[in-house]
Design a protein around this ligand. Structure first.
Ligand code: SAM
Length: 202
């Protein structure tokens, strides 16, 4: 799985945005905040966030694809920005480290979304929140699609129904979970939904 994902994204380091949602209208950031962007790609969104956190803020972008991280480090030089090669299933950060964890079109690639959200919960500070845009399936995808590494790398095979996705987040104990935006679109013969969600660590 990792190979298919990194193979695909190693060829897309030039893309301006690979996201499925527009998170900008929903960003609630205070000066001095510590932010983590999961699946930051070549770091353009992380670089934009630098303007919002002021001189004392910290922004960390994490991505699985080494070519993305290399590009992010070259293109976005700012002392508040750090780019880390890593996996959203094992975040290399201490608990209670971040005020906001954001992510745009990344968690759909995971076959263990519960583990990813447990990691988000662990690294968020109490009172901190996530802001996530992700791809969900309007109806459950057939097994041959949901287990196909190429479909998963192509941002649809790993999509699960929204209710199941929300139940994972609720069961972990996130509070004030809110759907902020939604857009339904066809892909590869299936109906998908790009959903923007926010939720808080109590
Ligand atoms: C659709 S792109 C989105 C990139 C960026 N968020 C944007 O909006 O332009 C998905 C990104 O997630 C990364 N990714 C996929 N699976 C990952 C994982 N398990 N851990 C960390 N990053 C991952 C990919 O390398 C890729 O850069």
């Amino acid at each position: 799985m990792k190979e298919k994902i990194t193979e695909r994204y190693s060829k897309e380091t030039e893309s301006f945005s690979l996201g499925c949602a527009n998170l900008s209208p929903f960003l609630a950031i205070r000066e001095g905040d510590h932010l983590l962007e999961l699946g930051c790609g070549s770091g353009k969104q992380a670089a934009r966030l630098a303007a919002l956190v002021g001189p004392k803020g910290i922004i960390v972008g994490l991505d699985l694809t080494s070519a993305m991280i290399e590009r992010a480090r070259i293109e976005n030089v700012d002392e508040r920005l750090t780019f880390v090669e890593g996996d959203i299933h094992r975040l290399p950060f201490d608990e209670d480290s971040f005020d906001l964890v954001s992510s745009n079109c990344v968690i759909n690639h995971s076959r263990d979304k519960k583990l990813v959200f447990a990691e988000i919960l662990r690294v968020l500070r109490p009172g901190g929140h996530f802001l996530i845009g992700d791809v969900m399936a309007v109806e459950r995808l057939p097994e041959e699609v949901s287990s196909d590494p190429t479909a998963i790398a192509d941002c649809y095979g790993g999509a699960i129904p929204k209710e199941e996705y929300l139940e994972i987040i609720r069961a972990l104990g996130f509070l004030r979970i809110e759907q902020l935006d939604s857009r339904i679109y066809p892909k590869a013969g299936f109906l998908l939904e790009s959903v923007t969600l926010r939720g808080f660590k109590g």
